[in-house]
Design a protein around this ligand. Sequence first.
Ligand SMILES: CC(C)(COP(=O)(O)OP(=O)(O)OC[C@H]1O[C@@H](n2cnc3c(N)ncnc32)[C@H](O)[C@@H]1OP(=O)(O)O)[C@@H](O)C(=O)NCCC(=O)NCCS
Length: 141
Amino acid sequence: MDMGAPFITARTASDYWAYATLFSSTCPVAHVEGVLAGAVMAFRSQDDPSEVYVQDVMVHPDHQRQGITTALLGSVRAQAQEWGCRRIWLTSEPNNQAADATWRKLGWSNLSGDREVAGVQVISNFKGPGKDRAVYELLLN
Ligand SMILES: CC(C)(COP(=O)(O)OP(=O)(O)OC[C@H]1O[C@@H](n2cnc3c(N)ncnc32)[C@H](O)[C@@H]1OP(=O)(O)O)[C@@H](O)C(=O)NCCC(=O)NCCS
């Protein structure tokens, strides 16, 4: 996960234990020839169980553009649909163009913000002071 810097902040081993042990249905991983190549950490909201929030998406640089994120988010989407959720959503850094291209390719919408950065709608201070984020969602049927 460190390889996702500056866009990904690696969590602790204890965090990953919890994701794998308590939230495995929305925290899928991808292996290529036995080696961990990508992971998604997503969680169903307890405040609004009709929503699944995607916290982290990370694919090893050697395995990007191979459809791993497409497959992992597809798995999260299938689980959310099985639960009858209304939407999946996530945020990314305003300057993460690879992420923006990925979410759009997968049919996610970039929510309106209060400013635009290189064609991306950004909400200022979304995650606290100075933490501007682009917000994306995929509505489910
Ligand atoms: C963003 C990221 C998760 C995409 O993962 P991925 O497994 O490479 O994505 P996929 O292979 O499923 O790509 C699906 C489509 O998204 C688009 N896409 C993905 N990466 C892209 C890039 N770097 N530039 C332009 N388009 C891109 C393409 O349309 C791609 O389809 P194609 O390869 O057939 O053209 C990956 O680049 C990554 O791990 N980056 C570092 C960590 C990060 O920024 N995570 C997101 C933080 S919110």
